[in-house]
Design a protein around this ligand. Structure first.
Ligand code: NZQ
Ligand code: ZN
Length: 389
C-alpha cells in the first residue's frame, strides 16, 4: 500500500427537504450575512428551486450571478470575480453541477489574487492562489464529485483550452446532495453523470493489482452499483432511491477516498479534456470515447487489473487474455446502453487534426509520460485519439 494523506472537510447534507439545514449552515458561516448565489444557465429558475431558495434565505443579503456555462468559461468567471470585489462579498453559494461548483472554486481563489489568474491555471512558475473566499454548494447533477473535492477544471474557449486547478483551499464548506434534482435532468446529463462517476472510479482502479485490497473492493462496489442502476435511473429519473444511489456513487467516486494507498492513472481525463476544449464534446462523452481505446492500447500494461475487473465486476470467465479483452468490450457496451457514443466522428466531422494537435500540446506542456507508469507518451496519446476516430 502506498503512503497517503487524506482530509475530507466538506460537510455533506444528503437527502430531500434539507433547505432549512442549508440556511442554518449559511447563517453561521457567512458572518455578515452577505452571500452571492452562483448558478448556471437557468435550470434552477425553470424548476422553481431558485424561488424556494430565495424564500428560505430571505433574511440574508443575497446577491446573484447567473450564467456559468457547462465547462465554465474563464471570462464569465472573471465577471463574477469583479462583481464580488466591487460588492465586497465574503461568502458564496454555488448551485449547480460540476461546472458551477468548479467555477466557484476558481472565483474563490481569483478574488484576492494580485496577478493574472489564467497564469495559475497554466501553472506559470510561482503563480498560485494563496487565499480562498469560503463557499458552500447545492448539487443539482450527480457526476463529478466536485461538491466535496478540491479540484476544478476551467475552460477558455477563445484559446480552445481547458485546464485544471485545485488544492486544499478549495474544498466546499458544505454540500447539499438532494437526489430529487435528478428528476429534472435531461437524459443526456444523467448518462454523462453515470459515465463520469464510472470513469473516475476506473482512473483510480485500473492500474495495479493488490495495492490496497479494501480500496479495490470499494471501487468494484461503485462500478457494480453503477452498472446495476445506470440504465434504470435513465429510464426512471424520478425514482428517488435510484437517484439517491447514483448521487452517492458519483460523490464517492471522486471524494478522495478511492485514491488512498493506490496508484492512479487519469490519462483518459487528460486526453478527454482536449476533446472538450477542441470540439465542445461533453466531458463524460470525451471519457467514453477515450477510455476503451486507451485500455486497448495499454492492454499489456493493464492486463492484470483488467482481468480482475472482468472477473469481479462483469463475472467473466476464461483465460486472462479473454477476460481482459471482454472486459473492455463490456465497458464500451455499457456506455452504448446509456446511449453514449464512443467515436469522435460521431460527434464532429472536424477531427482530421485532432490527434496531432493533442500530441503537440502535450509535448509543449511537457506532459511526456502520463498514466500510472508515467509511460503514456504524446505519440501514444496521438495514437489513442486516432484509434478513437
Ligand atoms: O446551467 P444549467 O441551466 O443549470 O444546466 C445544466 C448544464 O447545462 C444542466 N443541469 C444541471 N443540473 C440540472 C440541469 N438541468 C436540469 N435539471 C438539473 N437538476 O446540466 C448541464 C451540465 O451541467 P454541468 O455542471 O456542466 O455538468 P457536470 O456536473 O457534468 O460538470 C461538468 C464539468 O465538471 C468538470 C468537467 O470537466 C466539466 O467542466 N469536472 C470536474 C471535476 C471535479 N471538479 O472534480 C472532475 C471531473 O472529471 C470533471 O472534469
Ligand atoms: Zn470526470
Amino acid at each position: 500500500m502506498n503512503n497517503f494523506e487524506i482530509t475530507t472537510p466538506t460537510t455533506i447534507v444528503f437527502g430531500k427537504d434539507q433547505l432549512t439545514r442549508i440556511s442554518q449552515l449559511l447563517k453561521t458561516q457567512a458572518v455578515d450575512g452577505k452571500v452571492i448565489v452562483l448558478y448556471g444557465g437557468g435550470s434552477i429558475e425553470k424548476s422553481g428551486f431558485l424561488d424556494k431558495l430565495k424564500t428560505e434565505l430571505a433574511d440574508l443579503d443575497l446577491h446573484f450571478f447567473k450564467g456559468i456555462e457547462a465547462n465554465p468559461e474563464f471570462t464569465t468567471l472573471m465577471k463574477a470575480v469583479e462583481y464580488i470585489r466591487e460588492h465586497q462579498i465574503g461568502y458564496m453559494l454555488a448551485v449547480g453541477g460540476g461546472s458551477v461548483i468548479d467555477g466557484a472554486k476558481f472565483i474563490s481563489g481569483a478574488v484576492n489574487y494580485g496577478g493574472d489568474p489564467w497564469d495559475v491555471l497554466t501553472q506559470v512558475p510561482g503563480s498560485v492562489f494563496t487565499s480562498a473566499v469560503p463557499f458552500g454548494c447545492i448539487l443539482t447533477i450527480p457526476a463529478t464529485g466536485s461538491e466535496s473535492n478540491s479540484g476544478a477544471v476551467i475552460s477558455r474557449s477563445e484559446l480552445k483550452e481547458k485546464r485544471t486547478m485545485g488544492g486544499p483551499l478549495f474544498f466546499p464548506k458544505f454540500a447539499l446532495l438532494d437526489p430529487t434534482f435528478v428528476a429534472t435532468l435531461p437524459k443526456r446529463q444523467i448518462a454523462n453523470g453515470v459515465i463520469d462517476a464510472y470513469t473516475h472510479t476506473m482512473e483510480q482502479y485500473l492500474t495495479f493489482t493488490g495495492e490496497n485490497l479494501l480500496q479495490e473492493r470499494y471501487a468494484e462496489g461503485i462500478l457494480s452499483t453503477l452498472i446495476e442502476i445506470g440504465e434504470k435511473v435513465l429510464e426512471n429519473p424520478a425514482d428517488y432511491e435510484l437517484a439517491a444511489n447514483l448521487m452517492w456513487c458519483a460523490n464517492q467516486a471522486l471524494n478522495g477516498v478511492l485514491r488512498c494507498g493506490v496508484t492512479t492513472d487519469w490519462a483518459t481525463h487528460m486526453i478527454g479534456h482536449e476533446l472538450t476544449a477542441l470540439h465542445g464534446i461533453d466531458h463524460a462523452q470525451s471519457l467514453a470515447i477515450i477510455a476503451p481505446r486507451l485500455y486497448e492500447v495499454k492492454f499489456e500494461s493493464k492486463k492484470a487489473k483488467l482481468t480482475q475487473y472482468g472477473q469481479r465486476v462483469w463475472n467473466l470467465e476464461g483465460s486472462d487474455d479473454q477476460v481482459a479483452r471482454k472486459a473492455i468490450a463490456k465497458t464500451e457496451e455499457f456506455f452504448h446502453k446509456l446511449s453514449v457514443k464512443t467515436r469522435i466522428s460521431e460527434y464532429t466531422s472536424d477531427y482530421q487534426d485532432t490527434a496531432r494537435i493533442i500530441h503537440d500540446r502535450f509535448v509543449q506542456r511537457g506532459w511526456l509520460g502520463l498514466g500510472e507508469k508515467k509511460d503514456l507518451t504524446p505519440k501514444e496519446a496521438e495514437y489513442i485519439v486516432n484509434q478513437a476516430i
